[in-house]
Design a protein around this ligand. Structure first.
Ligand code: AHR
Length: 554
């Protein structure tokens, strides 16, 4: 294929990955048409945990009630009360894990409220009841504000079983005593007929252990989870985890980690646990990082910095993707600081809230608090974030996009009998092949994207992606963040030979393209022809696209 932009200045090429790989790129870039990808099969990074492909469900707006739960007696097709279309579609993308019940809601939630006969469960005021972000026409008395607790532990665990995901429960550290943490573990995991709480679980419909291995100890403990400082939170963590029953499951305890780049929170928490000799209890360290500031440096204010999900210009498009692209630096920064106390890296990084957070105004329906639309820009954001996790499979043990349905960067929009998949859903579909595969090092060389940032020239990286091997199948995923330039690319596999290649691309003629209840299939992946030219694969990646190439190795 002919290079689409032969005038591109090769000095603008961006190399990624390790120094050795970068040198290889520089040598080989001179021969390439425009962009180049080198896949280094003999440089394994680590196994990609299926839990990296995780999701987040909070009792917030339209996520649980209406989004997931419609009730057994609903005319909307359901499986034990769970929206069938959502269950089927989610199962298809192989969700590794689902985090529940929050978020900020988790530190307000009493797990006992979600047990016992459903018609006798208490109604409780939801954490988000007074949020200033409710659309004006949202109803004021629904389950979004007064939670009926219809969906409790057993109902949620069933949802996880239906879709094949590991449950990851976030325990309330701010407003319940430590005793309630281990008792929730006992309710979930003690063997049948062993304890009073196992009997309660059986009465709730689940005689067998729910097998919950992942437990979060608080949420955003630096913020809505109690406004702790790192040392005080570390003391609470030690108290809550001093004894947790295991039932042969080796529970994976996850600490409430930093907000984005706050390495001070990481350093001080790890320092205190290391001094106390309790670091061995910490399986995972959970960072939260949203991509929200599209103001191009005009403000750092949380509200003022956000922009519309649908109406964005070139500057806002690149700014948001640039924010998401910062994930790599965040992983490396926290990983380095963690090593000061944990040089053997026994604790993994968990990124259990990530995604785009746009300004309000595109909620799919009024009760969908902080719900937003989702375009091809969001799809590219998802692709480049998942590729970052894959490239750091040795560090990232688990991750969750926020949130599953009707909230933030959702995979689904669902309201009453209306349902649609978002472009982000299709990215998870494309990337599912990476789960459990061995991540191998890749090197990308591609023209950087130029744009005008608040009156000054700025760049956003060009093509990027990740590769993994599973038997004779090599999966390469690539994002092209350019808003308008296709990238003619040569791909070389080192340490093996490509015998055949198949491609699927998610792209649209306009990066603003999105799906909606009225037009649910506006953005869909398409099979594309890919050329195998001797040892090289040649392909043109369309603008604002996410592509998966499945390469059979000979
Ligand atoms: O995902 C929405 C909220 O964002 C979560 O409740 C909280 O943890 C974060 O601040």
């Amino acid at each position: 294929m002919k290079a689409s932009n032969p005038t591109t200045n090769r000095r603008q090429f961006l190399g990624t990955a390790a120094a050795g790989a970068a040198a290889l790129v520089t040598r080989m870039a001179a021969q390439s048409p425009e962009s180049r990808v080198d896949i280094l099969l003999n440089e394994p990074v680590g196994t990609i945990a299926p839990e990296i492909y995780g999701h987040f469900v909070e009792h917030l707006g339209g996520v649980v009630y209406d989004g997931i739960w419609v009730g057994e007696s609903s005319r909307i097709p359901n499986v034990n009360g769970l929206r069938k279309q959502l269950v089927d579609a989610l199962k298809h993308v192989k969700p590794g894990m689902i985090r529940w019940p929050g978020g900020c809601f988790a530190d307000q939630y009493d797990w006992r409220d979600g047990t016992g006969p459903r018609d006798k469960r208490p109604k409780r005021t939801n954490f988000w009841a007074d949020s200033p972000d409710w659309p004006k026409d949202a109803r004021r008395d629904g389950p979004e504000r007064y939670d009926p607790n219809t969906v409790g532990t057993v109902e949620f665990a069933r949802f996880c079983q239906q879709v094949g995901a590991q449950p990851y429960f976030a325990a309330n550290l701010r407003s319940l005593p430590a005793q309630e943490f281990w008792r929730w573990v006992e309710y979930c995991n003690s063997p049948p007929n062993s304890t009073t709480l196992a009997a309660l679980r059986a009465a709730d419909g689940a005689p067998a252990s729910l097998g919950v291995r992942y437990w979060g100890v608080g949420n955003e403990s630096w913020g809505c989870g109690g406004n702790f400082d790192p040392e005080d939170y570390a003391s609470e963590f030690n108290r809550y985890t001093a004894w947790v029953p295991t039932y042969g499951l080796s529970p994976a305890l996850i600490g409430s980690g930093p907000n984005g780049g706050n390495v001070d929170w990481t350093r001080r928490f790890f320092g205190k646990l290391s001094k106390a000799g309790t670091l061995g209890r910490l399986w995972g360290w959970a960072m939260h990082n949203y991509s929200w500031n599209a103001s191009a440096g005009r403000t750092t204010d949380w509200d003022a910095g956000k922009r519309d999900a649908l109406k964005f210009d070139t500057e806002q498009y690149y700014e948001l993707l640039h924010e998401a692209d910062g994930m790599e630096a965040l992983i490396l920064a926290h990983w380095t600081v963690m090593a000061e106390s944990d040089p053997r890296h026994r604790t993994k990084l968990v990124v259990d809230e990530w995604g785009a957070w746009h300004a309000s105004g595109t909620e799919p329906f009024p009760e969908a608090l902080i719900g937003q639309q989702n375009t091809m820009r969001d799809a590219v954001l998802a692709g480049l974030t998942l590729d970052t996790f894959n490239r750091h499979a040795d560090k990232v043990g688990m991750a969750a996009i926020a949130q599953l349905v009707n909230c933030l960067q959702s995979l689904f929009l669902a309201h009453e009998d209306k349902f649609c998949l978002t472009p982000t859903y299709h990215v998870f579909d494309l990337y599912a092949a990476h789960q459990g595969a061995r991540s191998v090092r890749t090197a990308f060389a591609s023209p950087a994207n130029q744009y005008n940032r608040n009156g000054a020239p700025a760049t956003m990286r060009g093509l990027n992606g990740s590769a993994s091997v599973n038997g004779s199948q090599l999966t390469l995923t690539v994002t092209n963040p350019s808003m308008d330039q296709p990238r003619e690319t040569e791909i070389q596999v080192h340490g093996g030979a490509a015998r055949s290649v198949a491609g699927v691309t998610l792209a649209a003629s306009d990066p603003h393209a999105h799906n909606s209840f009225g037009d649910p299939r506006a953005v869909e992946p398409k099979t594309v022809a890919v050329t195998l030219k001797g040892a090289a694969i040649v392909h043109q990646f369309p603008p604002a696209s996410v592509t998966k190439l499945t390469i059979t190795l000979g």
